[in-house]
Every structure is written in structure tokens, then in C-alpha cells.
Design a protein around this ligand. Structure first.
Ligand SMILES: C[S@@+](CC[C@H](N)C(=O)[O-])C[C@H]1O[C@@H](n2cnc3c(N)ncnc32)[C@H](O)[C@@H]1O
Length: 201
């Protein structure tokens, strides 16, 4: 029986799978499993987010709610001189993300386990990237947005993706409240990619 993809220790029987995808012109290989988000293949929202992000070659990046690690691993390859921290509350997802770092030769990244921003203490980033866990509920998603400014450098960005019919416009309003602005930077297949920039003091 399937549990939720955001459980700390999924109880579902293992069903390992491998997917290969080409993202931004480069092939990647991912191990997935039951009990993690989008086991069968790359989520369309995640794919749209990865098409949209503008990441420099030497930046600090947080992939919050990394699942099996696709966003953080692609970001690490876009920012070879930078560093990426991938986090998830789901221990099975975090283990897969660690294995996928190795499988993709990603050396400038690490995986941490924990709730929302707890695993990164007071670290600050150039970018926070997230396909948010809508099913985990409003409290979690609100924390991802409202606590983001204190984990971004001045000029840093929070990037989220969500389905329009799962409340992308509501997320945009919450981002606008937290940051004084949020843009739709890409849309397609019923999803919107949203970006808020932390302005300097
Ligand atoms: C929609 S999935 C996206 C997964 C992955 N980033 C991707 O795009 O395929 C959201 C992820 O957030 C994680 N998550 C849920 N609640 C969380 C929390 N409180 N703290 C950290 N991660 C959480 C889930 O376990 C899940 O892996």
C-alpha cells in the first residue's frame, strides 16, 4: 500500500527503478523507488522549473524537498564552481539522492535530512529551488516561503513551481507578501514557475 511521499520513513515495499532523462542538453541517470515523489519519471513541474532556472557558474544553492535529487543534481552541474545542499524529510528520498550524486558524478553537492530549513541552520544561499510538497499541507508550504528570505543573500532568489489548479496563484500571493514581489517566469502543461528576488537593504 502506498503511503505519502513526504513520510520520514516510508513503509511501502521497495520497488527500485531507474530513469534516464536529458535536461538542458545533458543526460542524467536517477534511481527512484516507491515511497518517494514521482517514482515513475521526471515530474513535468520539476522539468519546467529546471528549464527556467538561471543559475551562475559559482553559486550556493539549496534544493529544498529534493526527493531523489533531480533538481539539486542538475543545479550542481549548472554551477560547477558552486555548492548545492539537497534536503528532504523523507529518509528514503535522501538515500536515493545520495546514490544519485555518485551515479551522476556530482561532487559539489551534499544531502541533509530534516524538516524545511532545520538541516541548514542559518546558512544563506544565492538560490532556493523547490517543487513544494503541496500534499504535506499549507503549514509546510507557508514555512518554505515565509522563511526563505532569511536564508537568501541579498539579490538571491526563491524559485517554486506549482500546478495552476493546485494553487500556483495563491503561492504567488504568499511569495509577494514575503518578498514584495513574485514573477511568473515560465508556464506550460498547467504549471507555473514562480520567482521572488530578495532585495538588498
Ligand atoms: C513535490 S516533491 C518534489 C521532489 C523533488 N524535488 C522533485 O522535483 O522530484 C516535494 C518533496 O518535499 C519533501 N518534503 C515534504 N515535507 C517536507 C518537509 N517538512 N521538509 C523537507 N522536505 C519535505 C517530500 O518528501 C518530497 O520529496
Amino acid at each position: 500500500m502506498g503511503g505519502q511521499y513526504f513520510e520520514k520513513r516510508p513503509a511501502s515495499a521497495r520497488r527500485p527503478a531507474r530513469i534516464t532523462v536529458t535536461i538542458r542538453g545533458r543526460p542524467f541517470l536517477f534511481q527512484t523507488d516507491s515511497g518517494v515523489f514521482s517514482r515513475e519519471g521526471l515530474d513535468r513541474g520539476t522539468e519546467l522549473l529546471l528549464e527556467a532556472i538561471e543559475v551562475g557558474p559559482c553559486e550556493s544553492i539549496l534544493d529544498l524537498g529534493c526527493g531523489y535529487g533531480v533538481i539539486g543534481i542538475v543545479a550542481a552541474h549548472l554551477s560547477q564552481g558552486g555548492h548545492v545542499i539537497l534536503t528532504d524529510v523523507n529518509e528514503r528520498a535522501a538515500a536515493l539522492a545520495r546514490a544519485n550524486l555518485v551515479a551522476n558524478g556530482t561532487r559539489n553537492a551534499e544531502v541533509r535530512i530534516g524538516d524545511v530549513y532545520a538541516p541548514i541552520d542559518d546558512l544563506v544561499f544565492d538560490h532556493i529551488l523547490c517543487n513544494p510538497p503541496i500534499r504535506a499541507g499549507r503549514v509546510v508550504v507557508d514555512r518554505i516561503i515565509s522563511e526563505a528570505p532569511s536564508h537568501l543573500l541579498d539579490g538571491g532568489s526563491l524559485w517554486l513551481v506549482a500546478r495552476t489548479r493546485q494553487g500556483a496563484d495563491t503561492l504567488r500571493l504568499r511569495m509577494t507578501k514575503a518578498f514584495d514581489g513574485a514573477d511568473v517566469v515560465k508556464r506550460g502543461s498547467g504549471y507555473k514557475v514562480l520567482r521572488s528576488i530578495k532585495s538588498g537593504a
